[in-house]
Design a protein around this ligand. Structure first.
Ligand code: UD1
Ligand code: CA
Length: 458
């Protein structure tokens, strides 16, 4: 078996994006275009992955992590053939190179494996093509009239009127044994409309040298759609999201509207999960059996255990939610939060870096930060843990069976001992004794004869 090398071409300026960000760093499904391509390449376990960069190269290197990547600089963007030539010295002499494009992000491992199977002998080349309704802008696959064998790839701008009618297009993805690259790349000339060194010219060279060029047609067109402008980026995003939604539906997840969901990472669902419209899932999100997510929720790196309900407009990040909890509507749960089973976090409640015990509730307008709350605790409306003294953060401990009256401030560090009751409107700065009522409030007074100020006439 030949050693597999992957070269990802990503040096182009991406002028049509009208952006200072290099094209391959624009995101699709929450990840840079280039990251999608690299992740897919890694799945093939190649001997080497080279990424050809040029325009915005430094920014790309900073943004994309990977010790396994070999960065190759293409100083001037003189065409795809010139780009691959820059990587030539890095490739294994006895290798086979798979060319991928940084702006064709969604090619799947399965399609690439198909292509690899075709050229295992290392004596032929392979090109991934597809038939499209509107081939405008793509290189056309030109075939022999009689044998139907591929004879050349002709770019849009160089195609004759007759060739422009061809609907089979070059996806850009090809596999070529490195011995042939050494032979053909130096022969590419830039005598074409764009004065570029086209990689696609090597196909005609292969045919001339009697080397067999196999073609494989990709099933899903969106897998090979290129991103050249923001319109195509948005279009591809929707196509991909629809694909993700379809996969979820096939696996038994209920989506109220599969056209209104965004998955920017990995969403793993157990059975009977129901997701309402306009939810966004980022990073890794796991939803257990019978979990329901209401409309307009954002979940990022979250685990929600069986039977929990997330009501609409809630935002949850970096949290672990146990079984049968009720969250929201309008709840905000921030990183470091762990909710035990049957916890209720209601509207306009923010929880950060806190643990909350079984069956405890904070149902209205509260902030719970850097806290450890026991079980069966009731946190009244408007309760605030004052965790920050302007310089440092401090911890609040609320033990089991505590009842905290509304509009209370717990000034950390502070401990509310087991079974305490805190009177509404208190500011608690010291540890409270167990099972007693503690309150800090000035006495209520009434001033007789007091009158409201009269309105002054102008
Ligand atoms: C290319 C193909 C075309 C194919 C289409 C599929 C050639 C000549 N044409 O056209 O047949 O149908 O892709 O999407 O190959 N790049 C460099 N250095 C350069 C030029 C480009 O690294 O000097 C990179 C770009 O960053 C990009 C990729 O190569 O990731 C493709 O370049 P682009 O200019 O977008 O080629 P297309 O015109 O789309
Ligand atoms: Ca392109």
């Amino acid at each position: 078996m030949l050693k597999l090398n992957v070269v990802i071409l990503a040096a182009g300026a991406g002028k049509r994006m009208y952006s200072s960000l290099p094209k391959v760093l624009h995101t699709l499904a929450g990840r840079p275009l280039l990251t999608h391509v690299i992740n897919t390449a890694r799945k093939l376990s190649p001997n080497k992955i080279c990424v050809v960069i040029g325009h915005g190269g430094e920014k790309i290197k900073q943004s994309i992590i990977g010790d396994d990547l070999t960065w190759v600089i293409q100083e001037q963007q003189l065409g795809t053939g010139h780009a691959l030539t820059q990587a030539l010295s890095q490739l294994d002499d006895d290798g086979l190179t798979l060319v991928l494009y940084g702006d064709v992000p969604l090619i799947s491992e399965q399609e690439l494996c198909q292509l690899l199977l075709i050229v295992v002998d290392g004596k032929s080349c392979a090109v991934l093509s597809t038939i499209v309704e509107n081939p405008f802008g793509y290189g056309r696959i030109v075939r022999d009239v009689d044998t139907r064998a591929i004879t050349a790839i002709v770019e849009q701008k160089d195609a004759s009127a007759e060739q422009q009618d061809i609907h089979e297009i070059n996806t850009g993805i090809m596999l070529i044994p490195n011995v042939y690259l050494h032979k053909w790349l130096p022969k590419i000339r830039n005598k074409n409309t764009q004065h570029e060194y086209y990689l696609t010219d090597i196909i005609a060279m292969a045919v001339k040298d009697g080397v067999h060029v196999a073609t494989s047609q990709v099933k899903n067109f969106w897998e090979v759609m290129g991103v050249n402008n923001k319109y195509q980026l948005a279009e591809l995003e929707r196509l991909f999201q629809r694909h993700c939604a379809n996969e979820l539906l096939s696996a038994g997840v209920s989506l109220i509207d599969p056209a209104r969901i965004d998955i920017r990472g990995e969403l793993i669902c157990e059975s009977d999960v129901e997701i309402d419209i306009n939810c966004i899932f980022e990073g890794t999100v796991k939803l257990g059996n019978f979990v329901r997510v209401g409309a307009h929720c954002i979940l990022r790196n979250v685990t929600v255990a069986a039977g929990s309900i997330i009501h609409p407009y809630s935002m949850i990040e970096g949290a672990e939610i146990s079984e049968n909890c009720k969250i929201g509507p309008y709840a905000r749960i921030r990183p470091g939060t762990r909710l035990s089973s049957k916890v209720q976090i209601g509207n306009f409640v923010e929880v950060k870096n806190s643990q909350i015990g079984v069956e405890s509730k904070a149902n209205h307008l509260s902030y719970i930060g850097d806290s450890c709350v026991g079980k069966n605790v009731n946190i009244g409306a408007g309760t605030i843990t004052c965790n920050y003294d302007g310089a440092n953060k401090h911890t609040t401990i609320v033990e089991d069976d505590v009842f905290i009256g509304s509009d209370t401030q717990l000034v950390a560090p502070v401990k509310i001992s087991k079974g305490s009751t805190i009177g509404a409107g208190s500011t608690i700065t010291k540890e409270t004794p167990e099972n007693q009522l503690t309150l800090s409030r000035s006495k209520q007074i009434s001033v007789s004869g007091w009158k409201r100020p009269p309105k002054i006439k102008k």
